[in-house]
Design a protein. Structure first.
Length: 417
C-alpha cells in the first residue's frame, strides 16, 4: 500500500470514530436518558476543554520527545477504552467525566493526524497543498459511513453507538504503529531556555498581529462549529411531536439527512486549493462565516414538508462552512510556521477553535436554550437557530472589518510577512 493510501485509511478511521456518536448523542441524551439541555451543553464543552488542554501539549511532546505516530496510536487506544465504558453510565455527572476522558484522548488526535500526514507527505516529496485535501476527503467519508451505520442499525438513540466508535478507535490505534515514522523534528541544546525546551515558543505566534487576529476569530467561529452537531439530529427528530410530520422520512432517518452535511464536505474540501489560491485566506474565511449564517438560517425556517429544501440546503452549505474554516486554517498554520514548531502550532489552532470556542459555545448555548427557548419542555427551534445565525453574522462582519490582509497569489508559500 502506497503512502497516500495508508494516510487515507488513517483519515477514514480518524473521523469514523467521531461520526459514530457525535451527531446522534443528542438523541441518546434527550430521548433515551431524558437528561437536561444545560447538562448536555456541559458534555459538549468537554470537546472544548480537551482542545484547550491537550493539542498544544501533545504537539509539544511530538515535536520534542515522542514519535507523533506512536503518540497518536496510544491516544486512540486509551480513548477507545473510555468509549467502551460510557454505556455503563447511568447519571449525567459520571457521563460527563467519562466522556471528558475520551475527549482528552480524541481531540488532540485531530491535530496530530494533520501533523503526521504533513510530515509523511513532505518526507516523501509530495506537495501538501495539492495532496492533503483529497486524503482528508476520506475522513469525511468515514464520518458519513459511521453515521449511516449508527442510524441504519437502529442505534441512533442507543448506547451501542459508543461501542461502534470504540472498535474503530482500537483498530486505528493499532494501525498507527504501522505508519512511517514521524520522529521529533529537532533536538534542543542544553543551553536553550526552559520555554524553548518545552516547545512553548510556538506561543510567540500571538505576537504577530495577523496571527493573533486569526487565532481570536478562530475562537469566535469555533463557538459555532459544534452547534448543529449538538442539536441538529435532535431538532429533526423532534418533528415527530408534530402529527403531520411524525412519520416523515426526515424523522425516521434524521441521521442520514444530517449526513448530507458531511457528503457536501467531500466536494468543498476538493475546492479548497482553488479558493485559497484564487481568493486568499481572508476571503475564504469570510465565505465560511457567511456560510454559517445560511446554515443556521435555513434550519430556522425548514420543515420535513414544504420546507424540506431549506433543510437540504442547510446541510449542503455546511461543507463550505466547516471545511473552509478547518482545512484552510490548518493549511494557513502549516505554511506560516517552521518545522520545529509544526505540531505545537497546529495544537494552538485546535486550542483556540475547538478548544476555547467549542467550550464557550457548548456551555453558553445549552444555558441560553434552556433559559430563553425552552417552555414546558418544548424547545423553540425556530428562534434557537435564528439566534445562532445572528451570532455568526456579527462574527463575519467584525472579521471583514478588522482582519486586514491583501491577497497575494503566492500566499500559500508566503502567508505571513
Amino acid at each position: 500500500m502506497n503512502i497516500k493510501n495508508r494516510l487515507t485509511v488513517m483519515s477514514f478511521l480518524q473521523f469514523f470514530v467521531w461520526g459514530a456518536w457525535l451527531i446522534t448523542i443528542g438523541n441518546y441524551w434527550f430521548a433515551t436518558k431524558q437528561w437536561s439541555g444545560a447538562e448536555f451543553g456541559a458534555v459538549f464543552s468537554t470537546l472544548g476543554i480537551s482542545s484547550i488542554l491537550m493539542p498544544a501539549l501533545t504537539g509539544i511532546i511530538a515535536d520534542r520527545w515522542v514519535n507523533a505516530e506512536k503518540l497518536y496510536g496510544i491516544l486512540h487506544i486509551l480513548g477507545g477504552l473510555a468509549l467502551c465504558y460510557l454505556p455503563q453510565v447511568d447519571n449525567p455527572t459520571t457521563f460527563y467525566w467519562v466522556i471528558f476522558g475520551a475527549m482528552l484522548c480524541y481531540m488532540p488526535s485531530i491535530s496530530l493526524s494533520n501533523s503526521v500526514a504533513y510530515t509523511i507527505l513532505k518526507n516523501n516529496d509530495y506537495d501538501v497543498v495539492k495532496v492533503f485535501p483529497p486524503i482528508r476527503v476520506w475522513g469525511t467519508v468515514g464520518f458519513i459511513a459511521a453515521m449511516w451505520i449508527t442510524n441504519l442499525s437502529g442505534n441512533k438513540a442507543s448506547a451501542n453507538m459508543f461501542y461502534i466508535a470504540a472498535i474503530a478507535a482500537f483498530i486505528l490505534g493499532i494501525y498507527a504503529f504501522a505508519l512511517p515514522k514521524c520522529p521529533p523534528q529537532k533536538q534542543i541544546d542544553g543551553d536553550a531556555s526552559f520555554a524553548k525546551k518545552l516547545g512553548l515558543n510556538a506561543f510567540k505566534l500571538f505576537g504577530t498581529y495577523k496571527m493573533a487576529l486569526f487565532f481570536i476569530f478562530s475562537m469566535f467561529l469555533g463557538g459555532a462549529l459544534q452547534l448543529t452537531n449538538m442539536y441538529g439530529d435532535t431538532y429533526l427528530s423532534e418533528f415527530a411531536k408534530v402529527p403531520q410530520y411524525a412519520d416523515s422520512f426526515v424523522v425516521k432517518y434524521s441521521t442520514i439527512i444530517m449526513s448530507i452535511s458531511q457528503i457536501s464536505e467531500t466536494l468543498f474540501i476538493l475546492a479548497i486549493p482553488f479558493f485559497l489560491k484564487r481568493f486568499g485566506i481572508k476571503q475564504v474565511m469570510l465565505i465560511s462565516m457567511l456560510a454559517w449564517v445560511l446554515r443556521f438560517g435555513w434550519f430556522a425556517y425548514g420543515n420535513p414538508a414544504d420546507g424540506l429544501w431549506m433543510i437540504i440546503m442547510s446541510c449542503i452549505v455546511y461543507g463550505m462552512a466547516f471545511d473552509f474554516f478547518n482545512i484552510s486554517g490548518s493549511l494557513f498554520i502549516e505554511t506560516s510556521t517552521d518545522n520545529t514548531m509544526r505540531s505545537s502550532a497546529q495544537g494552538l489552532f485546535m486550542m483556540m477553535s475547538n478548544g476555547f470556542g467549542a467550550f464557550f459555545g457548548g456551555i453558553i448555548s445549552g444555558q441560553v436554550i434552556d433559559t430563553f427557548f425552552t417552555h414546558n419542555g418544548v424547545r423553540d427551534w425556530h428562534n434557537i437557530w435564528l439566534s445562532f445565525a445572528g451570532y455568526a453574522l456579527v462574527v463575519a462582519i467584525a472579521f471583514a472589518i478588522l482582519f486586514k490582509h491583501k491577497h497575494n497569489p503566492n500566499e500559500l508559500e508566503k502567508v505571513v510577512g
